[in-house]
Design a protein around this ligand. Structure first.
Ligand code: IPE
Ligand code: IPE
Ligand code: MG
Length: 230
């Protein structure tokens, strides 16, 4: 057990919705629907966990606009429905909702839903659930540097860049990616510098709390050295 580095911030790349649907002869959109449902139990588990204070889910990347228009439109609608349905659940489990990414890419009504959900849950304290929406790690870092330039900085420190990231939350302790792909796909590039990685072949819609529990057990067996000696 790594007492000095408890799991505080978990990040999840929810991948494999399309393949889940394909395996069943269904449309990709069905996979996304099932995938959205899978987020709830994982969030509740995190809210009840003694050390996790934040969970960040990758829901839509800056590169996902390359997908067919109909799929993108479906995902936007699904996000709106998800947030609407989720609000009472956030309140019940004392979960704060936050979004990271460039919300300007979304419709005015979706932006409003996101803002409202953030506003209505901002006093909740058991967990922060972050959804990365129209998010890219490079875009986030570039944005931070541009803000520093606007402030007139001639040179910047790591701390300066960290402070101007969209969210100034702590580094990631554990990053999980489902579906067997072993890549980062432009997620939280700055925040994962010393994250532990776990790749599972499970497709996101099939990912359950029992597996998360096993992965967390595995995390607690690891030795995190951060470049030092232990
Ligand atoms: C992840 O599942 C969800 C999003 C990126 C929105 P995918 O849609 O990428 O599913 P696969 O990778 O095609 O199976
Ligand atoms: C990463 O999955 C983005 C999200 C899960 C939102 P992708 O399916 O878009 O990633 P690639 O294209 O396989 O790298
Ligand atoms: Mg994918």
């Amino acid at each position: 057990m790594i007492e000095d580095t408890p799991l505080k911030h978990l990040a999840v790349i929810m991948d494999g919705n399309g393949r889940w649907a394909k395996e069943r002869g269904l449309k990709r959109t069905k996979g996304h629907e099932k995938g959205a449902d899978a987020i709830r139990d994982i969030t509740t588990y995190c809210a009840d966990h003694p050390t996790i204070h934040s969970v960040t889910f990758y829901a839509f990347s800056t590169e996902n606009w390359k997908r067919p228009k109909l799929e993108v439109e479906f995902l936007m609608k699904l996000l709106d429905t998800y947030l609407k349905k989720e609000l009472p659940i956030y309140q019940k489990h004392n979960v704060r909702f936050q979004a990271i990414g460039d919300m300007n890419g979304f419709s005015k009504s979706l932006q409003k839903r996101i803002k409202e959900t953030e506003e209505l849950t901002k006093g909740n304290t058991s967990l922060t659930q972050v959804l990365a929406l129209n998010y890219g790690g490079r875009a986030e870092i570039t944005h931070s540097v541009n803000r520093l330039i606007q402030e007139g900085k001639k040179s910047v420190t790591e701390e300066d860049i960290s402070k101007h990231l969209q969210t100034t939350y702590q580094d990631i302790d554990l990053l999980i990616r489902t579906s067997g792909e072993e890549r980062i796909s432009n997620f939280l590039l700055w925040q994962i510098s010393y994250a532990e990685f776990y790749f599972t072949p499970t497709l996101w819609p099939d990912f359950e709390v029992t597996e998360l529990d096993t992965i967390i057990q595995n995390y607690t067996q690891r030795t995190r050295r951060f470049g030092g000696v232990k």
